[in-house]
Design a protein around this ligand. Sequence first.
Ligand code: C6P
Length: 396
Amino acid sequence: MRVYLDNNATTIVDPEVEKLMNPFFCQMYGNPNSLHQFGSETHPALSVAMDRLYDGINAKDSDDVIVTSCATESNNWVLQGIYFDKIKNADKNHIITSSVEHPSIIATCRFLETLGVRVTYLPVNHEGVININDLKEAIDEETALVSIMWANNETGMIFPIEEIGQVCKEKGVLFHSDGVQAIGKIAVDVQKAGVDFMSFSAHKFHGPKGVGGLYIKDSIALTSLLHGGEHMGGRRSGTLNVAGIVAMGKAMELAVKYQEYEYKEVTRLRNKLEDALLEIPDVFVVGNKKDRVPNTILASIKGVEGEGMLWDLNQYGIAASTGSACASEDLESNPVMEAIGAEADLAHTALRLSLSRFTTEEEIDYTILHIKQAIKRLRAISSTFSYTPKNHKSGL
Ligand code: C6P
């Protein structure tokens, strides 16, 4: 059996999405900017896709959504654009973000620091969420941008986006949210949330890789990252990824359609898995269930190295991760676990399990069985784990 529980890294393309995008490779492959029929015959599908995108996030206008190649590009664009618009050529010099953002935010902030930008990385509590008062206190007259993610990719914890939006509005500061892990899992309404910018990526909600987007409220001026053409209203140059855009539009439509199902059914399966894990002594899960996206569990299994666990589960066809896929090649401890204050030995024991609407009950039952067996095996050979009288009984 093959079980895919790494949906926060990427998701399967929905067959409906795949079907819709296929003709744009070998039949309707024209460049939309060309004047002949090969170009113009792509226009209706592109227009439907753009409508689906702005509808899905409740933007006011389809011009407010710009298609990019991925969320990493969208995040870089906002931060670097703000640098040119508000910092380098103006009087602001401060960006606020959180200490648990995706590397595409943290690394870009570190880069901007080398150019002289002051960056505040807000701490998080034991559940991995910022304190709104810390944000209020951090904003000063030099603050150009607040960039706080909608939901965390490792813990799944949802940030108080509307409250953050309100604070930024009151203080007159622009607000960007990395919405990558929210779309398809919870309702994302950019107007209600009061965000000025929001990044997203199709492959996280059953679309293909290599296409993402940036919502820009009321088409606020933002210096382009990619120059060279008049694509996307001159804001983001490069020949349009027609198949990708058509696919992302459909994937967004389906994300909205299945959201209620996702909330109920994926939450049920996630809770079944989580509750089974929590029956095992010395297993912890980060964050409460209520404020978490329905599909995610970040567990810490005392005495079990995350990489050892992945290797063991992989033998049984089960795919999970120790955290963000972008950081999977180093064997450092999980930085989000460190940010929430986990002790060094626990930060090495992270296991992220992320479901999707394609996950079945049979797969969850199979995973529970094999995780329990893996914990038993790995704890038996662990030099750091010893049974306490309380946990000895179950033998796990
Ligand atoms: N997170 C994970 O395993 P791209 O692939 O560039 O479209 O998305 C980057 C990205 C940005 N923000 C968040 C919150 C994300 O979770 C990701 C991708 C994957 O957690 C791969 S590192």
